[in-house]
Design a protein. Sequence first.
Length: 446
Amino acid sequence: MNRKPFYRHLYFQVLIAIVLGVFVGTYFPDFGTKMKPLGDGFIKLIRMVVAPIIFTTVVVGMAGMGSFKRVGRVGFKAILYFEVMTTLALLIGWVVVKWLQPGAGVNADLSKLDTKEIAQYVTSAKTHGFVDFLLNVIPNSVVDAFAKGDIVQVLFFSILFGLALAAMGDANKPIIHLLDKLADAFLKIIGMIIQLAPLAAFGAIAYTTATFGTKSISAQLVLMACVYITSVLFIFILLGGLLKLHGISMWKFLKFIREEIFIVLGTASSESVLPRMMTRLEQLGCSQPIVRLVLPAGYSFNMDGSCIYLTMAAIFIAQATNANLSIWQELTVILVCLITSKGAAGVVGSAFITLAATLSSLHTIPIEGMVLILGVDRLMAEARSVTNLIGNGVATVLVAKWENEFDEAKATQMLNSKSPPPPGAGGLVDSPENLSSNAAEELRQP
C-alpha cells in the first residue's frame, strides 16, 4: 500500500496552519483579529451535528450491550473512574498552584479592576449547587436539549431512550438499524467539515495571538506555564502510568491520535473531534458498544484538563487578590469545582464560565479577580482541551480492557503501524477502516 505524502496528512496541514496563524497574529495583528470567524464557524459546524451523533451512537451502543446488567456494569465502572480521575486532577492542580504560588505578590486592587470584559461570562454563569446540577441534567423538553446542544441533557435522554429500546427486545431492530445508518450519515458530514480544520486552526490562532499575545503580564504567564506543565505531567505520569499497567505505551497512543490532538490544539475544543475519536478507538480495538457509551459520557463527566484549570485559576485569583483562604476553604473550592466541572463540555469558553459559576458559589474568592486571567484564558484553552481529549480516550480504553472487550492483536497492529488508517469520519477512502464496524465486518467476511 502506498503511503500518502506527509503534506497530505491532516495533522501536518493543521500544524502548518497553527504556525502561520502565530506569524500573522504577531506581525499583522489587525488582519489576525479579523480571522476569528474562521474558528468560530468551524466550531458551529461541528456543534451542529454533535448532539445527533451522541444520540444515535449512544442509543446504538446501548442496544449493542444486550442487557440492562451489562449497561449498568459498564456505566458504573466508567462513572467511578471519571470521579476518581477528576478528583485527582483537581487535587494535583491545587498542589501545584499552592507550591509555585504564581499569584503571590500581584496584590491586585479590586477597586481598580475593569470588570466590563468579564460581564458576559458572569451573566452566563449560574449558581451550580449539587441540586442545581442534578436538575440541569433534565431538559425542559427533548427538543430544547437538542436545540441548545447541551451534551449532558442529550446524553441523559439518549440513555433513557436506549434503555427503552433495550426493553423492547427484538422489536427494536428496525429502529436500531435506522439509527445506525443515521449515525453513519452524520459521521460522513463530520468527515466533510473536518477538512476545514486547517483553515479553522489558522483563524483561531491568528486571532488569539493578535488579541492576547502582547497583553499578558508575567504572573499570568506563570499561571499559564503552570497549567501546561501540570497537564503534561498528568498525561504522562498518571494517564501514561495507567496505560502502561495495561500494556499500552502512551507515546504510541498519542501518535495514533495525533491528527485529533492537532485539530484540538488549533480549535481549542475537544468537542471538534468527538466523532473521529469514536472511530479511532474502535480502530484501536475497543468494542463499539463500549466506545459509544463511555466516550460521550466522558465529555460531560471526565473533564480532567478543565479540572486542573479550575482549581489553579481559582487559587491563583485568591493569591493575586490577597484573599487568604483557610485549608478548609481551599478544600471547599475543590469540592465545588468537582460539581461545577460536570457538563463543562469541550466548547471554547465553557471552562471560564464554569470558573465564574464556581466563584459565584463560593463567596470567598472575589469574582472580579477573573479579569486577571482573561488575557491568557484562551491560551490555556488548548492545554485543557487536549488533556480532556486524551483523558477520555484513555478512559475508554481502560473500561474496554476491564470488560474484556479490547482486541489486543488489533491494538498492537495499529499502535505499531507507521501510517495508521484514517478514521471513518475522514471520508477519504472507502476501505474497511473507513466504514462503520458493521459494514467493515461485512467487507472482511469471505
